[in-house]
Write a protein that binds this ligand. Structure first.
Ligand code: ASP
Ligand code: MG
Length: 472
């Protein structure tokens, strides 16, 4: 590997979740330092911790809180005991963890007394997972002879006050990131930075949304800037399909930014979709690799221009969706139906993964997660009360559960007839397609199928991918 300058490596929850996993992460960092003059580490909370923290807050709200504190203490202490050799250092790490756990207990008590938890309070609770994990990982690195320093990203990831889904201010973040991290890297220390969290300009803790540690790595990579960002997870990069559904699925060696963006958006769980944007904008290399199989090259994300010719690369599924339809012959004349529809949906905080409109304009149809349908239909019924009364809109309803299957590949742009092949294959296997949408980028085609046919559809389309690639 060529001597480049700065590498950001992000470890996911499973990569630091147990003593052997974290030991492996430590080894990965130790080795990377031989090839890279500067390494910055970003880490998630230990796997399961964020869930446990938020569950506790939920219970506190309902007055049924029973302390998860001892479970959390045990998880973190097991790691401290096994990976921090120096006794004084171990005692210090324990004390820091205890301190954060005391903060956790206080927050839960406050929530219990108030009987409510604001998004701001939930972010304070959720932030504790990463604040604990960085302290352990930094100490474990030092035990392995790697000079390291934990850093709370609340010091430099500056965000708005949109708690639970905060948006970074990149300019402010850039200035502070350099101020705080450069002194460390220039001394040859490895900063170990909390993923997932930031703070407002007033210093109030925010989070970037669940799974947001990847995003933190992207933000940091862009702000420094890094030459490369590597996301360490527990699978060999991005697979051509979910191997539990399609056993012949294999790692995709190279994906373009647009392909990975579509895949992340359409349910491939390997990468938080927001990670990609800051990284593309600065042209930073991105790689997804496996902590538990570190010699595997994983998946490289390359610029859209350097795309290889493979037409279709992957198929994914978003499960647990329902299609909502707004239908009425009078809709043709009603102004702004689509705008009002999606404003009403947005008011419920629901995001819409797929939209189709028949050209007759007599219906609009879109998917939303099943658990939001009641709320969404209620919001629409309210928004169109007048049109419903006048019979311009006949009905608004949610159909049975469906799955959105998406086929992704940048080569589709230049390859006529690929949609034909997709639907021929599905037709041959007697899979009924309920709705179709093609991404405007032409990098993906999505189709909606009944939930019970989803796995079959994934296998059919994955076979098509294998065939196409064999010819390719
Ligand atoms: N710990 C956070 C979560 O579980 C962030 C992350 O793991 O990326 O959502
Ligand atoms: Mg994650």
């Amino acid at each position: 590997m060529s001597k480049q300058k700065l590498l950001v490596m992000k470890f996911g929850g499973t990569s630091v979740g147990t003593p052997p996993a974290m030991a492996q992460a430590v080894e990965i960092v130790r080795q990377a330092r031989q090839d890279w003059p500067s390494v910055v580490v970003v880490t998630s909370a230990l796997s399961g911790v964020t869930n446990l923290l938020l569950q506790s807050a939920q219970q506190a709200m309902q007055g049924t809180y029973h302390a998860a504190e001892s479970q959390l203490r045990q998880m973190h202490q097991a790691i401290a005991d096994q990976l921090i050799n120096d006794m004084a250092r171990r005692a210090q790490a324990r004390q820091e963890i205890n301190h954060l756990l005391a903060e956790f207990t206080n927050l839960c008590r406050a929530i219990e007394i108030l009987g409510e938890a604001t998004p701001r309070a939930l972010d304070a609770v959720a932030s504790l997972g990463e604040r604990m994990s960085v302290r352990l990982l930094a100490a474990a690195l030092e035990s392995a002879g790697v000079p390291a320093q934990f850093v709370d990203s609340t010091q430099f990831i500056v965000t708005d006050a949109h708690f639970q889904d905060a948006h970074p201010d990149m300019e402010a973040t850039k200035r502070r990131v350099r101020q705080i991290l450069e002194p460390l890297t220039s001394q040859g220390r490895v900063p170990v930075v909390t993923g997932f969290i930031g703070a407002t300009t007033e210093g109030v803790i925010t989070t970037l949304g669940r799974g947001g540690s990847d995003y933190s790595a992207g933000i940091l990579g862009a702000a420094l800037p890094a030459d490369d960002v590597w996301i360490w997870t527990d699978v060999d990069g991005v697979m051509s399909a979910d191997p539990r559904v399609a056993p012949e699925a294999r790692t995709i060696p190279e994906l373009t930014y647009r392909e990975i963006a579509e895949l992340a958006y359409y349910g491939a769980k390997v990468l938080h979709p927001k990670t990609i944007r800051p990284v593309i904008e600065t042209g930073i290399g991105l790689r997804i690799c496996n902590t538990f199989n570190p010699t595997h090259p994983g998946t490289r994300i390359v610029s859209d221009r350097s795309a290889e010719s493979t037409v279709v690369k992957a198929v994914t599924a978003i499960r647990g969706q329902r299609m909502i339809t707004i239908e009425g012959r009078g809709m043709l004349g009603v102004p702004g139906v689509a705008a009002r529809t999606f404003a009403a949906v947005a008011s419920t905080g629901t995001s819409v993964p797929l939209i189709t409109q028949a050209s007759s304009e007599q219906s609009i149809c879109f998917a939303v997660p099943s658990n939001t349908t009641e709320q969404v239909v209620a919001a629409l019924t309210k928004a169109f009360a007048a049109e419903l009364a006048d019979r311009d809109i006949d009905k608004i309803w949610a159909a049975a559960e469906v799955v959105i299957i998406t086929v992704v590949g940048i080569g589709m742009i230049h390859t006529p007839g690929i949609a034909g092949k997709i639907f021929t294959a599905l037709g041959r296997d007697k899979i009924n397609v309920i709705a179709i949408a093609q991404g405007s980028s032409e990098v993906s085609i999505s189709m909606v199928v009944e939930a019970k046919e989803a796995d079959h559809a994934v296998r059919t389309l994955h076979s098509l991918i294998l065939e196409e690639n064999a010819h390719g």
